[in-house]
Design a protein around this ligand. Sequence first.
Ligand code: ZN
Length: 286
Amino acid sequence: MLQDTFEFSSSFAGPRLAVTILMHGDEACGLAVLDTVRAENFALSSGSLVVLVLNRRAHEAPEGPVRHLGTDMNRIWSHAGLGERTEEARRVASTLPCLKDADAILDIHSMPSQDTPFLFVSETHPRSADLAEKLGAAVPRVVTAPPPQQRGMALFETELLSKETPIVVECGQHQSAQAPDVARATFLRFLSVHGMIETGGDAETASSETVRFYEMCREIKLDQGPLTLALPMRGFDRLDRGETYGWDGPRPLIAEEDCHVLLTRPAVNPGDEALTLVRLTRTRHV
Ligand SMILES: [Zn+2]
C-alpha cells in the first residue's frame, strides 16, 4: 500500500470511486474527507473507495502549507509531464494505478481569493458533466473547461485516464470556514449518487436546487499591469456588456458581453493571468 493511500470496501459489489485531496498543499479542506472516512461510524453499503493524499510534503513544508515545492502537481498529468523526472511526476505515476480502475474521481481543491464553490469539468471527459449535474444538489454551479492550450494538463482533463469520470470541486477560499463543509457534503453526495451509502442525513443537504452551467469565455492577461478591480469579487460576479470591471495599468477592462467573473488572480506584471470570465449556458432543476 502506498503511503497516504486509504482504501475502504464493502462486502457487496458496486462502483469503485477515488477521491484525491491536497494536490495543492495549501488547499486543506479535503482533509475533512479523511476525517469523515476514518470516523468509527463510516461504512460503505456497496462498492469500494480509495482516498489519496497527493502532496502532503507541500502541505507540511517547513514554512507552512504551500501550493507546491517547485513543480505544480496539477500541470503534469500527461505523457510529457510524466517524462519530466521530478519527484511530483514520480508520485503522479505511482498514483495512476489507483485511479485507473475507478468509475469516477473527485479531485478536491480550494481557491486563493474567491469563495463561491463550483464544480469544474473538462470537455475532454464529457461524462463528467452528467456526474456534475447529479452533484448539483451539493454544489449548484458547473464550469466546463476546453482542453488546455497554454498550460500543462490537470488531473480532471488528463489523457492518461480515458474511461474514468474525473470532476473537480473548488470548495471556496483556502481559509474559508465553510470550505471543509463543502468538501464533506460533495464527497457524501458523490457516494450517495453512486448508491454507496445510505441516503439521508448529511448526504442529502438540499431537496431541490437550480444548477447553473457555464463555459469559459475569456482568460484576461495583463498587457501592462498591475491589475486593479473596480469592485471586490467573490466568484461568479455578474458583468454587463460594456461595464468597466477593472484596469490593466491605466487601460480600462470592459466586458465584451454579459458574463461572470469566475476567478481573479493577484496579477501585477505584463503577461500575468489576471481573470477568468465565464458565460452562463443553461440552467437545470435537480
Ligand atoms: Zn488546487
